[in-house]
Design a protein around this ligand. Sequence first.
Ligand code: KIV
Length: 276
Amino acid sequence: MSDKQPSPEVRPYEPVQAPNLRRITANAIRRRKGKDAFAVVTAYDAPFGRFAEEAGIDLILVGDSLGNVVLGYDETTPVTMEEMIHHSRAVMRGTSRAHVIVDMPFGSYQVNDDEAVRNAIRLVKEGGACSVKLEGAQREADRIRAIVAAGIPVVAHIGVTPQTAGLGPGYKVRTNHDRLLAEARAVEEAGAYAIVLEVVDADLAAAITKAVSIPTIGIGAGPHCDAQVLVLHDLLGMYPHSPRFAKRYAELGSAAVDALRSYASDVRERTFPSAQ
Ligand code: KIV
């Protein structure tokens, strides 16, 4: 045996970042049904993913609202798989514990089950998604079944479905009790582990929450859902207008403009940078 000591450069392997073994699972979210109400928020990049996690929010949605609030589109329909993957990766890099749901963009699951499964797999493999969300409950129940069968947890989304808002009653509050209840049961039966209820009458959302065994996540659907979700830019006041159901917890839009104005003025007046 050689008594030669290893050279100082030879060090045991140390991962740069500890492997992430603690992401909250879809099953853990499902078990929150009927317990304390919990908050969900959208995020689209690493810093805001990290802020959400630091605030104790551990269910984050990379929503296709990305199109409206970050990419400058008027609707969600132009959002592509590549854009969802790009932003999902950023949120994953900024978080370590949160369960990150990623929206399937319009066109990624409408054609058939195979294409839906292939795109859901891309969101997981390339985007790092912990689970995926898709809108609808008619044909989409089959899509949910197929994606779950491929091993990917799915969140359903019923009520107002922005990707197809142009087809039906648009953004009007949904009140059709029998229809919504049937849709909630259909997506539950198909294997969804949670359901977003968007702009649904509060009593109807309460009835659905009671009728299904999976958590309901309300947005404009009253206080009786198992969880609430808000679009980050609405709750932080980044735009002049927010939907009537969204509470503005900050006014970051005007704070940002004020800060930028002060910076520009300091540069003009040569008070920034200070002399060295
Ligand atoms: O895209 C999104 O942000 C959403 C929420 C409004 C639920 O689907």
